[in-house]
Design a binder for this molecule. Structure first.
Ligand SMILES: [Zn+2]
Length: 156
């Protein structure tokens, strides 16, 4: 049960401290993969005994966490990358650029969801800040979708 196509990329935080001028370039170059919130959620899910795959590249959008048997895809959305309506603050430098980029990410999210649903998958989106606030609730939500009690719905 290996992790597919998951290069390990550290968060920009350390680099930010070292040299703020490289941040934009750095952020532009990476697509956030295997982030800390993702790792945290998968650790919690693993503790419940659920079996899942990380970075499941064989379906659209490469879900961060996938339950191939139940056809449930989970995406952990970084608040920055997905312009979270609760806590997104555009960087002061190149704010327009970053806001537009986040909007494009959100559009891509919607497209991915449509593609997955067409293939019979349910989609659960977990916001980074929701995970921070109440990780247990996030796990419960995923289990609920897995149990078929409800359909996964995007929560922005
Ligand atoms: Zn947020």
């Amino acid at each position: 049960m290996g992790t597919l196509n998951a290069p390990r990329i550290s968060t920009p935080r350390r680099i930010v401290r070292r040299n703020p001028s490289v941040v934009s370039k750095y952020m532009a170059a990476i697509r956030s993969v295997n982030t800390e919130p993702e790792r945290r959620l998968s650790t919690l899910l693993a503790q419940t005994g659920l079996r899942f795959r990380r970075n499941y590249a064989i379906v659209p959008g490469t879900p961060d966490i996938a339950f191939p048997r139940e056809n449930v895809a989970v995406f952990v959305d970084g608040c920055f990358w997905h312009a979270c309506s609760h806590c997104y603050v555009a960087p002061s430098v190149n704010a327009t650029y970053w806001r537009a980029k986040a909007q494009r990410n959100r559009q891509r999210d919607r497209r991915t969801e449509r593609q997955l649903r067409k293939l019979g998958w349910s989609v659960v989106r977990i916001r980074e800040c929701a995970l921070e606030r109440n990780a247990d609730a996030c796990v419960r939500r995923i289990k609920l979708v897995l149990s078929g009690c409800t359909r996964g719905r995007g929560v922005g």
